[in-house]
Write a protein that binds this ligand. Structure first.
Ligand SMILES: NC(=O)c1ccc[n+]([C@@H]2O[C@H](COP(=O)([O-])OP(=O)(O)OC[C@H]3O[C@@H](n4cnc5c(N)ncnc54)[C@H](OP(=O)(O)O)[C@@H]3O)[C@@H](O)[C@H]2O)c1
Length: 293
């Protein structure tokens, strides 16, 4: 582990799920943190971003900001693009100019879901939604501006913070006695707290000098595989919620945005490069549910 005690980390989009989990880790780190969300630093404001980097010495920027409303993005392409592409370009450019390392978060939704083994970083993306497309363009913008960027693709995030599938299931579990959940979309639920820890681990493991092996795209989710139905079943089982839960097909639950049928990611690269141990999704789900009370 390097001595990072004099380093400053800027966390953007800090009021979201991942940003909030990073806030919890800050007190136990010896690095300085600056947390901003749209109120303090609107990343669509190119001038404000450059002013910010001019007036602060930023060693690492963890970009948690994004347009994450997958269905809404289908009719709101301009805004999704402005945030998922434009702001990423702004940040990557500022990081490049000021010698800061950008850690940017992307998604399993860059894939079309036609695979039948977990996606590696070498597999060709082919998004099936506006959200996925804008996130892919964001990756390309970041790497185009600054090849030293670290991009972490993750999937199915949930947390005690923000709105997510776990909270929706807990609410529906109280309101209803039967529920249908999609069983033909397969991926991996990821506790945002695990991802936050992984990011801090990676920053600690980065060499002082640029090292191409430790830059570029990495896949991170919790371990294991589930359908949304499996995920819901686990939530209800762990919480001992009695509900008549039925698996349904995507075709029976149409949504504005298409989603990949299979988006499990291979995590060998991130584990081998950074010596990272990743928890099993169900174990992490239990921890999160316990915190939710
Ligand atoms: N959620 C998932 O299931 C999932 C899955 C795979 C990958 N990811 C990726 O993981 C990352 C973190 O996701 P998350 O779930 O933590 O996101 P989130 O909870 O939606 O948080 C995103 C934050 O970014 C802020 N933001 C939006 N526009 C901004 C701007 N112009 N300037 C500054 N901040 C801005 C949002 O503010 P407002 O709320 O005010 O808009 C929000 O606080 C994102 O890159 C996302 O694409 C998420």
């Amino acid at each position: 582990m390097k001595n990072r005690s004099a380093s400053t980390i800027l966390v953007t989009g800090a009021n979201g799920q991942l940003g909030s989990e990073l806030r919890l880790l800050a007190p136990s780190s010896d690095m300085e943190f600056i947390f901003t969300d749209i109120g303090e630093l609107d990343l669509t404001d190119t001038g404000a971003v450059h002013d910010f980097f001019n007036s602060h010495k930023i060693d690492f920027c963890i970009n948690c900001a994004a347009y994450t409303a997958v269905d809404k993005a289908e009719d709101d392409k301009e805004m999704a693009e402005a945030i998922n592409v434009g702001t990423v370009r702004n940040l990557a450019r500022a990081c490049s100019l000021h010698g800061s390392t950008l850690v940017h978060i992307s998604t399993d939704f860059v894939f079309d879901g036609k695979a039948w083994v977990p996606y590696t970083e070498e597999d060709l993306p082919n998004p099936v939604s506006v959200y996925g497309q804008t996130k892919l363009y964001g990756e390309q913008a970041a790497l185009g501006e600054n090849p030293q960027t670290i991009i972490i693709r993750t999937s199915w995030l949930y947390s005690t913070f923000g709105n997510n599938f776990v909270k929706t299931m807990l609410r529906l579990g109280k309101e209803r006695n039967k529920l249908s959940v999609i069983s033909d979309q397969i991926g991996t639920p990821t506790y945002a707290a695990d991802l936050a820890l992984a990011i801090m681990h990676i920053i600690n493991e980065l060499p002082e000098k640029e090292n191409h092996e430790k830059r570029g795209i990495f896949h991170y989710s919790d371990e294991g595989v589930a359908s949304w139905y499996d995920f819901a079943k686990a939530i209800f089982d762990i919480e001992s919620i009695e509900i008549d839960l039925k698996p349904i097909d995507t075709a029976d639950y149409p949504t504005p945005a298409k989603r990949p049928h299979y988006s499990v990611m291979n995590k060998s690269k991130i584990k081998n490069t950074f010596g990272l141990a990743i928890p099993y999704w169900r174990d992490s789900l239990k921890k999160c549910l316990k915190l939710m009370g």
